[in-house]
Design a protein around this ligand. Structure first.
Ligand SMILES: NC(=O)c1ccc[n+]([C@@H]2O[C@H](COP(=O)([O-])OP(=O)(O)OC[C@H]3O[C@@H](n4cnc5c(N)ncnc54)[C@H](O)[C@@H]3O)[C@@H](O)[C@H]2O)c1
Ligand SMILES: O=C(O)C(=O)C[C@]1(C(=O)O)C=C[C@@H](O)C=C1
Length: 301
């Protein structure tokens, strides 16, 4: 028994096109209608054949949907929902894939006060963007976190759980505030640091007239892969999850300052002890998933 029959995806980029491809592969009987604000993306989605229909407006896309998934930047969620609100079937479930959850829940409930809203976050992705970057197995062995509001019907939550399980994800339910705090550490702060260190390296090129970026090796390249991620997406993530990001950034800055002092005063034992502890933590993460070099690193199984 399929959890849904008529899926609408709004935003046909990396995540939206991966959802479409995953549904095509795992739930081929589900009818997929897509919309994207960018005409070039709509045209590409038609050429790729990842949707049964691609509409010019979001309102036309939701007309007979029983599940609508918003796959747009978190800062656009409210505006998109306002566009299709009048056309949304009363029994449709509205969900999303946004990287932060409190702000999305607030934005959607403000414009869809009577809708069934169950925010979700597939913790899976890449640094790439657009419909050609998606793939059907993106969510395989990854977490998908649902953050249902208190009034969400249990049967609706279960249908969405089954949907994401069919795409290969392991599903957890979580409080939205807790989600935003956890992801601020495990996802948002790493991106902020990667963006920063690439900027610093580039600035140093000018100051020292040296070829800093040119001589970057595996460490710099591994560490900064995510600095190639979409600027609009991450602008919205940092502004939407500001409080949690700033709290985690403060903690990180304090820890970095402690390291700075240890280096300045030659506290080698302190440095070595921290590095041994953090190396063991990193090794345990890899043991949970696959080797760093495998394409499916970080999967649970
Ligand atoms: N990239 C990742 O690794 C990743 C992982 C998990 C969740 N997410 C979340 O998924 C969402 C989409 O990210 P993505 O990586 O697929 O980005 P993307 O840039 O690949 O795709 C976003 C698409 O949304 C479209 N869009 C933007 N504003 C729109 C609007 N108002 N109406 C209709 N379409 C609009 C864009 O044209 C684009 O095609 C974001 O909320 C992001 O936080 C991303
Ligand atoms: O693997 C990557 O490139 C990602 O950045 C994916 C990643 C992350 O791990 O931080 C990014 C944003 C999400 O909301 C979820 C996952």
């Amino acid at each position: 028994m399929l959890p849904f029959a008529r899926l609408t995806i709004i935003g046909l980029g990396l995540i939206g096109s991966s959802v479409a491809r995953g549904v095509r592969a795992q739930m081929p009987a589900v009818r997929i209608t897509g919309h994207d604000a960018d005409p070039a993306v709509r045209k590409r989605a038609v050429a790729l054949g990842i949707c049964d229909d691609v509409t010019d407006t979001s309102g036309a896309a939701v007309l007979d949907a029983d599940l609508v998934i918003l796959c747009v930047p978190v800062g656009a969620m409210g505006a998109v929902a306002a566009e299709f609100a009048a056309d949304l079937p009363a029994d449709a479930i509205v969900s999303d894939v946004g990287s932060c959850k409190q702000s999305v829940a607030e934005a959607l409930s403000a414009v869809l006060p009577d809708a069934i809203i169950i925010p979700a976050h597939p913790v899976a992705g890449t640094e790439k963007s657009g419909p050609d970057a998606g793939f059907s197995t993106l969510f395989k062995g990854r977490w998908c976190i649902l953050t249902p509001p208190e009034n969400a019907p249990e049967v609706a939550i279960e249908r969405l759980r089954i949907f994401w399980q069919q795409l290969g994800a392991d599903v957890e339910l979580m409080d939205a505030r807790h989600h935003d705090m956890v992801l601020a550490v495990t996802s948002h702060l790493p991106h902020l640091i990667a963006y920063t260190i690439v900027g610093t390296a580039d600035d140093l090129e000018g100051v020292t007239q040296s070829e800093v970026i040119k001589y970057s090796a595996g460490g710099f390249r591994d560490f900064t892969r995510i600095a190639a991620s979409d600027p609009v997406m991450w602008r919205d993530v940092f502004l939407s999850n500001k409080d949690a990001v700033l709290e985690m950034l403060q903690r990180f800055s304090e820890d970095l300052s402690a390291l700075q002092r240890a280096i300045r005063y030659g506290k080698g034992d302190e440095l070595e002890s921290l590095f041994a502890r953090t190396r063991n933590i990193r090794r345990s993460i890899v043991e949970q998933g696959q080797d760093d070099d495998a394409p499916d690193f970080g999967r649970k199984h």
